[in-house]
Ligand binder design. Structure first.
Ligand SMILES: Nc1ncnc2c1ncn2[C@@H]1O[C@H](COP(=O)(O)OP(=O)(O)OP(=O)(O)O)[C@@H](O)[C@H]1O
Ligand SMILES: [Mg+2]
Length: 212
């Protein structure tokens, strides 16, 4: 069983959205996936999963809330992949989850306001031997400016961290999809489905331990 987690120091950067995108893409490929929601204040993945069930969207994504890693470990024997969503504030649980994960995704926008705290967290986590080389940044909710994207990539590379080749683009349609219990490649809109393919493939490859 592999664990892929989404952590961050910033709220609203797309952790929960990307956790759902990864869970859906794994489930659609036939993997037995559990979405673990550690954000007990918001429970956004639990809510999303309930909406998904209400709207009859297949495949079903098993989603459970967890307070601690110990609780998660007790219940997850027969899953191939556990996708962990955490809250928008780095705390002790962030470190615990990161240490136990096979890959730790840090979603970030392209602005310095997003990059600075994300890189600071990445540096902090990287100090732990158990996290070090598992950190991967994900450019998330990215606007249409190639220039800003290029700058963000070079800032991340200069800081010495890995970043996915594909990005999670900001689109109103993705927001509507999430609100309806869908994610990424399940979009009603073919352009959006296409726009999600690259990032899904990157996330899934790393989550399953293949090279993106
Ligand atoms: N690619 C996208 N395009 C447009 N809207 C998006 C996209 N991805 C996420 N959103 C929306 O942006 C908001 C924040 O995303 P999300 O909840 O995934 O962030 P988060 O990092 O989990 O936030 P928090 O720290 O509060 O848990 C949500 O309203 C979500 O629907
Ligand atoms: Mg969230």
């Amino acid at each position: 069983m592999r664990i892929a987690s989404f952590v961050g120091q910033k709220g609203g950067v797309g952790k929960s959205a990307l956790a759902r995108v990864l869970a859906v893409s794994a489930a659609r490929k036939g993997h037995h996936v559990l979405l673990g929601d550690f954000d007990l204040e918001q429970l956004s993945c639990i809510e999303w999963s309930a909406t998904r069930l209400r709207n009859g969207i297949e495949p079903d994504i098993e989603t459970r809330a967890f307070k601690s890693l110990k609780k998660l470990r007790k219940t997850v024997e027969d899953f191939d992949l556990v996708v962990v969503d955490t809250r928008g504030l780095a705390d002790e649980l962030t470190t615990d989850v990161s240490q136990e994960s096979d890959v730790v995704f840090l979603p970030t926008g392209t602005s310095m306001d997003d990059l600075r705290p994300t890189l600071a967290l990445a540096r902090r986590l990287a100090k732990s031997r158990k996290v070090g080389n598992k950190i991967v940044l994900v450019l998330s909710k990215v606007g249409r400016s190639e220039r800003l994207l290029g700058i963000a990539r070079s800032v991340i590379e200069e800081a010495g961290f890995d970043v996915l080749d594909n990005i999670w683009p900001e689109r109103d349609g993705f927001q509507s999809d999430l609100d309806m219990g869908r994610a990424g490649s399940e979009s009603h809109n073919s352009h959006l489905r296409e726009a999600a393919l690259g990032i899904e493939a990157d996330l899934l490859a790393l989550a399953l331990g293949k090279k993106a």
